[in-house]
Ligand binder design. Structure first.
Ligand code: ZN
Length: 139
């Protein structure tokens, strides 16, 4: 149930951002999800799709998730590193560094939206006009 609450919050944020930007539709949501987050990506996708299937501007939006590792900085040799699971030592000198980013967060990096007046829509209108013009000539 945890992912459902997260998906609800996420959708609320996405809808607010879309409205602020004057977007008609959200095409994609770029997320950063820490590798050590408790949130299961698949469950989040499932709930997000289900929530947006009931008439949201984010309906059909793709969730593009970038996984971000835990990051450390070594105080001995000043290296930044993302250690493999279970081994937090600096790959250069073997010291255990200082934790910079626990890699457990979820945040929205950016949204891809479709604005109210898109080139695509204008094209559609053009076609309709052309079709309309054809009628009188046929009679
Ligand atoms: Zn080091």
């Amino acid at each position: 149930m945890h992912e459902l609450a997260v998906a609800e919050q996420l959708l609320k944020l996405v809808e607010e951002e879309a409205q602020r930007a004057g977007a008609r539709r959200v095409v994609a949501v770029h997320l950063v999800l820490g590798e050590h987050s408790h949130i299961a990506e698949e469950a989040l996708r499932f709930h997000f799709e289900r929530l947006t299937s009931q008439g949201s501007p984010a309906e059909g939006a793709q969730l593009r998730v970038r996984r971000e590792p835990m990051r450390f900085r070594c105080l001995e040799c000043d290296a930044d590193y993302a250690p493999p699971a279970g081994d937090w030592r600096c790959p250069r000198c073997g010291e255990v560094g200082k934790l910079l980013d626990p890699g457990d967060e979820l945040r929205v990096e950016s949204l891809e939206v479709e604005m109210a007046n898109t080139a695509y829509e204008e094209e559609e209108e053009e076609k309709e006009k052309e079709g309309g013009r054809g009628w009188p000539g046929e009679t």
